[in-house]
Design a protein. Structure first.
Length: 406
């Protein structure tokens, strides 16, 4: 939501920034676009590297992003750095601040302030009276009174990306369930079905007691050396109606997810076609999931995949409901946490895409990197990392109400 920032001084404003972000940034550039006196969110970026053209390139990219923010006519920049005033007898990163100011001026944007929080002090590049040693960091300890409730900042920009802790016994149970699920799919759908792009049984049989009973009878008909857990056969029935499966996942609390339910989700997110159906549905709702499933089946028969369904995957189109995406991220994080290592890239890449769609690029890159460390050629993980490294954000990140971009 748009936040009215009420700060009587630069020190009060700096005290607000971590609360606006929800974390305490380190080694970062934070840009806060404004429309008049109203902030339109906040964007965090890594500080540029030491390459000769890095500062100008980063400044051009960042100001270009601000220009895309609806109604933005001004900005404030804040540099957070481990460098010190005393290292050079002046405020660190003046070259970056100057480059941002030049680009902003060329684009008709006002720079309302240009601040720096260093390891030994803080100051404003626009303050001609700022001491060479900087102002005291103790000035930044108090949040101004009568400010909106923005939440307490927790950790730095990487905080919150670590997968939830789960008990080893839970991981082992999901691993067993996943193995049994693969056997059940092979039994009911044929030996190649587990690797099929949609992973669906032919036809859309309903999840009825009769279907489950038939599956159990099939399991008992084979010899004991190949016996499949009836729970796995029952779990396969959930694949008859993927949109219902993905929609019900949003209503689940991780602590209440049984091993076979978790295994089904891990199995689906490991298969690109099924994962993409889930992402389209989590963006657009149950009807979008039904349409995406049918479109996937038609695409496998040689038809074109509808552009309007693919748009969200690239960050185009109307803004998805952030609450749905956040709920999906909770479930995907749980799936990644309980999955065996070899099955983890799919859920991790899903976490990466959902984080990117929510404007959490730092988290997105961390999830995608972890997926690539297991599977260096994982398609979605590579796409997410390319988005982040190119500074590509979804279109809805620039629409009001502005979302935090980190």
């Amino acid at each position: 939501m748009t936040t009215i920032v009420k700060a009587a001084s630069a020190a009060e404003f700096l005290s607000l920034v971590p609360h606006l972000l929800g974390f305490r940034p380190t080694r970062s550039l934070v840009v806060i676009p404004f429309h008049g006196s109203r902030s339109l969110g906040a964007m965090r970026f890594d500080l540029p590297g030491d390459e000769p053209d890095a500062v100008d390139r980063v400044a051009a990219t960042i100001i270009g992003m601000v220009c895309r923010v609806s109604e933005a006519d001004a900005l404030t920049t804040v540099i957070y750095t481990d460098a010190r005033f005393e290292d050079s007898g002046r405020m660190p990163h003046r070259d970056l601040s100057d480059a941002l100011a030049r680009r902003a001026d060329a684009c008709g944007l006002r720079v309302t302030d240009a601040l720096c929080v260093a390891a030994d002090g803080w100051g404003s590049f626009l303050d001609g009276d700022c001491p060479h040693e900087g102002r005291s960091l103790a000035d930044l300890s108090e949040v101004p009174p009568e400010t909106p409730s923005l939440g307490e900042p927790e950790g730095d920009q990487t905080s919150g990306a670590r997968l939830p802790d789960v008990e080893p016994a839970e991981k082992e149970a999901v691993a067993r369930a996943l193995a049994s699920l693969g056997d059940a799919v092979a039994l009911l759908c044929g030996p190649d079905a587990a690797d099929a792009s949609t992973g669906r049984r032919r036809g859309r049989a309903s999840r009825t007691a009769g279907t489950t009973l038939a599956a159990a009878e099939a399991a008992s008909a084979i010899d004991d050396s190949r016996r499949v857990d009836p729970q796995a056969l029952a779990a396969v029935c959930a694949l008859d109606d993927l949109p219902t499966l993905f929609e019900s996942a949003l209503q689940r609390q991780p602590a209440a997810i049984e091993p076979y339910d978790a295994a089904v989700l891990v199995w689906c997110l490991a298969r690109p076609a099924l994962r993409d159906i889930a992402l389209v549905q989590w963006c657009g709702g149950l009807a979008a999931g039904d349409e995406a499933l049918d479109a996937q089946l038609r695409w496998e028969q040689g038809e074109e995949y509808p552009t309007h369904l693919a748009m969200h995957m690239w960050g185009e189109g109307a803004q998805p409901d952030p609450d749905r995406l956040a709920a999906a991220l909770v479930i995907a994080r749980h799936a990644a946490a309980v999955a065996p290592r070899e099955a983890r890239p799919g859920p991790l890449a899903t976490c990466g895409w959902l984080s990117w769609a929510l404007g959490r690029s730092t988290h997105a890159d961390l999830y995608a990197l972890e997926a690539c460390e297991i599977d260096p050629e994982h398609g979605l993980a590579e796409i997410v990392r390319s988005f982040v490294h190119a500074g590509h954000l979804p279109e809805w990140a620039f629409q009001r109400p502005a979302r935090r971009v980190t």
